[in-house]
Design a protein around this ligand. Structure first.
Ligand SMILES: *Cc1c(COP(=O)(O)O)cnc(C)c1O
Length: 371
């Protein structure tokens, strides 16, 4: 791997964060306990949701919200193909069938509410909205659509911690929302996730399912609050551990500042790219990933290669899920998703990116497109 002049993303773990984690290891209590409880209070307050549950990763959060929504065999769930495969897998884990929807346009790479409405069949039970790149897409319209058609709206908000739209945090528009705290996400701890909901019954069910369907936690028994437990549902071990919960709480305190830096970089990218022929940014702001669409005649992979030669790391978000072998059978034609997947590039974006780095990205892109 070359030494990148500009990596796609960068995780900075300051000494203060390491001290927070070390302190937890010294405390002698390592799995879900007081730090997790504190993190959950903070996440609920931060997002404005009634309940927040911290879990092992974003995929487990998605799985729990799909189960809590009552999904099962015979149900269809409308989901974008242009997402990380976990959004789709979480639906499939329950036995329900993912139904792929095309994106609205190359510059609006998420399904419109109208496209979602057109995909509804008598078997449709839910909509899985994905805040692509941290953009809310048409989440408010999807909320109205779900309400009017009696569908459950679920939100994959893995890219959208700290993103508010029409006065609400993304993830609170639907019945439940899931976040990821994977290494390359805006709030990163390696592996970690959370889900939020305003619904007391859903929260209770997901709390049980997170820990084997057991009615009490080890922490409760440790504190003498419970002697034994019953198992009332087919649950999982989707718990988070205390070091990561403490690290998340420490990093959450910096998130708004870091997201503001990302927003400023997003603004500056748009300003600089306006002068470059043959490339258009997708609709913003992008809080998480910054994607551009190249002219139809451009050699996308050649452009990526030229950027790599100059030390600029890029990526592709995403190989469309409807082409993966596991989902390809019977998948619909999604021409805009295919065109986007062939022409889009993800450019570097991270809170500590400098203007010099950003200039190098844009100059390298302009040179590659001109050459
Ligand atoms: C990262 C991501 C996930 C999965 O989260 P993990 O924490 O890696 O399990 C789900 N959906 C989207 C859109 C993601 O980007």
């Amino acid at each position: 791997m070359p030494a990148w002049q500009v990596p796609l993303a960068d995780v900075v773990v300051p000494e203060d964060d390491i001290a927070v984690v070390a302190e937890v290891y010294r405390s002698g209590w390592l799995s879900m306990g007081p730090r997790t409880a504190e993190l959950e209070r903070e996440l609920a307050e931060y997002t404005g949701a009634r309940h927040a549950l911290a879990v092992a990763n974003g995929t487990t959060a998605l799985h729990l919200i799909c189960i809590a929504a009552g999904l099962g065999p015979g149900d269809e769930v409308i989901v974008p193909s242009l997402t990380f495969v976990a959004s789709v897998n979480a639906i499939a884990y329950t036995g329900a069938t993912p139904l792929f929807a095309d994106i609205d346009a190359l510059e609006r790479p998420w399904p419109s509410a109208a496209a979602v409405e057109a995909a509804i069949t008598p078997r449709t039970k839910a909509i899985m909205a994905v805040a692509y790149g941290g953009h809310p897409g048409e989440i408010a319209e999807l909320r109205e659509l779900a309400a009017s058609r009696g569908l459950v709206l679920l939100e994959d908000a893995a890219h959208a911690i700290g993103v508010r739209h029409e006065g609400r945090h993304v993830g609170t528009f639907g019945a439940a929302g899931a976040f990821s705290f994977f290494s390359n996400k805006n709030l990163a701890v390696g592996e970690g996730g959370a889900l939020i909901t305003d619904d007391d019954a859903l929260a209770e069910r997901m709390r049980l399912l997170r820990s084997h369907g057991m009615t009490t936690l080890t922490w409760d028994r440790h504190r003498g609050h419970a002697a034994t437990y019953d198992v009332v549902d087919l649950g999982f071990n989707y718990r988070i551990d205390e070091p990561r919960a403490a690290l998340l709480a420490a990093r959450l305190a910096r998130l708004d500042r870091e997201n503001a830096q990302r927003r400023e970089l997003d603004r500056r990218y748009r300003e600089l790219l306006a002068a470059v022929e043959g490339v258009v940014p997708t609709a913003g702001p992008a809080h998480h990933i910054f994607t551009v669409v190249l002219d139809e005649r451009a050699d996308r992979d050649g452009v990526r290669h030229a950027l790599h030669e100059r030390g600029v790391q890029t990526s592709l978000h995403y190989p469309p899920a409807h082409h993966f072998s596991i989902y390809a059978a019977g998948a619909p034609e999604l021409p805009l998703t295919d065109a986007y997947a062939a022409r889009a590039i993800t450019l570097p974006l991270f809170a500590t990116m400098t203007e010099v780095q950003q200039d190098l990205v844009v100059e390298s892109l302009a040179a590659a497109l001109a050459g």
